[in-house]
Design a protein around this ligand. Sequence first.
Ligand SMILES: Nc1ncnc2c1ncn2[C@@H]1O[C@H](COP(=O)(O)OP(=O)(O)OP(=O)(O)O)[C@@H](O)[C@H]1O
Ligand SMILES: [Mg+2]
Ligand SMILES: [Zn+2]
Length: 155
Amino acid sequence: MVKTISDGIVISPIKNGTVIDHITPGEGLTVLRILGIRDGTNVTVIVASNVPSSRGGRKDMVKIENRELLKDEVDKIALVAPDATISIIRNFKVSVKKTVEVPKQITGVIKCPNPNCITNTKEPVQSKFVVHPRGFRCQYCDSLISSEMDIGDYI
Ligand SMILES: Nc1ncnc2c1ncn2[C@@H]1O[C@H](COP(=O)(O)OP(=O)(O)OP(=O)(O)O)[C@@H](O)[C@H]1O
Ligand SMILES: [Mg+2]
Ligand SMILES: [Zn+2]
């Protein structure tokens, strides 16, 4: 079997699928959770965690066979891994490569940490967060999810 070397890690290449590279170290499993991949999910996945990055420092990396991502999924990944690159692999080659972008406004994705927020009641109001210099702010109750908090805990 031919191997591919990715920043010093030797793995089998995938024929078709998606590579999410340059993930914030430690967030690879959060990315899997965002994609609904968990124990018992019948997909082939390779996760590398806390490996040296060619760009310096460390990173996580996720490779998923036979799956291409939806825009909604990419937008969620951007929240936990703003430096991630997404490469679609077709017939062993990078067919499309893109960076992720943190949306200015995030609707229906982040759960507000304030239990009394209208978005956490029975009212049919979707959560809405806007990018703030120190994190993400709820448009309804002004709760701040600061950069020191783990945004992944609220997705
Ligand atoms: N067939 C494949 N199977 C698995 N992973 C692949 C395959 N082809 C490319 N990759 C991975 O896809 C990612 C993007 O490929 P690319 O060739 O752009 O990497 P790169 O030159 O290391 O880019 P970067 O500067 O973003 O790290 C890399 O992580 C690479 O290891
Ligand atoms: Mg690389
Ligand atoms: Zn709120």
